[in-house]
Design a protein around this ligand. Structure first.
Ligand code: PRP
Ligand code: ZN
Length: 293
C-alpha cells in the first residue's frame, strides 16, 4: 500500500541543512527525530523528512521516493541536461542558501574575459554546468572533474582555474583565489516530481507550499504604522517599500491628518523612516510580522 505520509527530502548536513529545518519549524511543523539522524517525523501533520546527501535529493524526488525536496538550484541545474530530463519542477525559491557558481583563479591571474580560459584546465564538481558554459561561449578548456576540495586544485597544479560555489567568499580568500565570472546564481528551492500526488497527500502538500510561501513572504516584511498629513499620502505611498494599498483611517478631532498602516514587503531602513518623517509623518512604528498568508 502506498504511504499515507508526505515525504520531504532535505540535506543531511551542509549549508542548507539547518536552515531547511528552520523553515519547516517556522511553518509550524513540530519535528521529532526518528531513525537516528536519518529522518524526522512531523507530529502535527502527516509528513516525514528524510535527511540525505544534497546531490541525492533530485534522484529521491524524481523516483517518487520523496514527494518534495529542499535543495540548491545548483544541484538541480547540474543534474538537468537534455539527456537526463527527469521532469523535476521548481515550486518556489526559499530565500536562503544564496550562492553563485563562479570561475575563479589564483589572485594575480590576468582574466581577460572568458576567452582567457581557452587551453586551460578548470577543476570543478559541476562538470555539466561548466561544459554548458564553455559550449555557449565556444571555449575550449579542459574540465577536471573532482568530488570536492576544488579550491586546492590550482595549488596542487591540477588546474589553472576552478569553477566552484561561492557563498561568503571565505573559501576563495583562504586559498588565495579570486572570482572572475558567475555562471549560475543559486539559492535553496522547493522541488517536486513531475507526477501527480496521491489524492490523500494533496492536502498536506498544499499546506506545505502555502505555509512555506507565508514564511518566505514574511521574511524581511514589516508592518509600518504612522500618523501623517492627509496631503502627504501620495508621497508616503511612494516611499514605503513594496507596500500595496495601505489602510488609511481618520484621527479623532483632526481633519488634516490620518493614520496609515501598511505591510512593506521589503526591508525598511532608517533612510526610509527619515524620508517618511520629512513628509510630516510622526509616531512612526515598524513592527515585525510573524506570519503572513
Ligand atoms: C561550497 C563550495 C565551497 C564553499 C564556499 O561547498 O564548494 O567549499 O561552499 O562557501 P564560502 O564562499 O562561504 O566559503 P558546499 O558547502 O556547497 O558543499 P558541497 O559542495 O560539498 O555540497
Ligand atoms: Zn554536495
Amino acid at each position: 500500500m502506498k504511504s499515507q505520509r508526505l515525504h520531504i527530502a532535505i540535506q543531511k548536513s551542509g549549508r542548507l541543512a539547518e536552515k531547511s529545518l528552520d523553515l519547516i519549524r517556522a511553518a509550524g511543523f513540530r519535528l521529532t527525530r526518528s531513525a537516528g539522524d536519518l529522518a524526522y517525523s512531523v507530529e502535527n501533520a502527516p509528513i516525514d523528512l528524510w535527511c540525505v546527501r544534497d546531490d541525492d535529493i533530485p534522484t529521491f524526488v524524481a523516483d517518487g521516493v520523496a514527494d518534495f525536496g529542499i535543495v540548491g538550484r545548483n544541484v538541480l541545474a547540474e543534474r538537468a541536461d537534455g539527456a537526463n530530463d527527469d521532469g523535476l519542477v521548481e515550486v518556489m525559491p526559499l530565500g536562503f542558501g544564496r550562492c553563485r557558481l563562479c570561475i575563479a583563479a589564483p589572485e594575480g591571474f590576468v582574466y581577460d574575459g572568458a576567452r582567457g580560459l581557452n587551453g586551460l584546465r578548470v577543476a570543478t564538481t559541476y562538470p555539466n554546468l561548466l561544459r554548458r558554459f564553455l559550449k555557449a561561449r565556444r571555449l575550449d578548456a579542459d574540465i577536471v572533474t573532482m568530488r570536492g576540495a576544488v579550491e586546492v586544485a590550482p595549488r596542487l597544479k591540477l588546474a589553472e582555474a576552478i569553477c566552484d560555489l561561492v557563498s561568503t567568499g571565505a573559501t576563495l580568500d583562504a586559498n588565495g583565489l579570486e572570482a572572475f565570472e558567475t555562471i549560475l546564481e543559486s539559492e535553496a528551492v522547493l522541488v517536486r516530481g513531475a507526477g501527480d500526488l496521491a489524492p490523500e497527500l494533496r492536502r498536506a502538500a498544499d499546506s506545505v507550499v502555502a505555509r512555506f510561501k507565508g514564511v518566505v513572504a514574511s521574511q524581511g516584511a514589516k508592518y509600518v504604522m504612522m500618523n501623517a498629513p492627509r496631503a502627504a499620502l501620495p508621497e508616503i505611498i511612494e516611499i514605503l517599500p513594496g507596500a500595496e494599498a495601505p489602510t488609511v483611517t481618520p484621527l479623532a478631532g483632526r481633519d488634516d491628518a490620518v493614520a496609515v498602516h501598511a505591510v512593506c514587503q521589503e526591508s525598511v531602513f532608517w533612510e526610509t523612516l527619515e524620508a517618511l518623517k520629512a513628509t510630516g509623518a510622526s509616531a512612526i512604528l515598524v513592527l515585525p510580522i510573524e506570519k503572513m498568508m
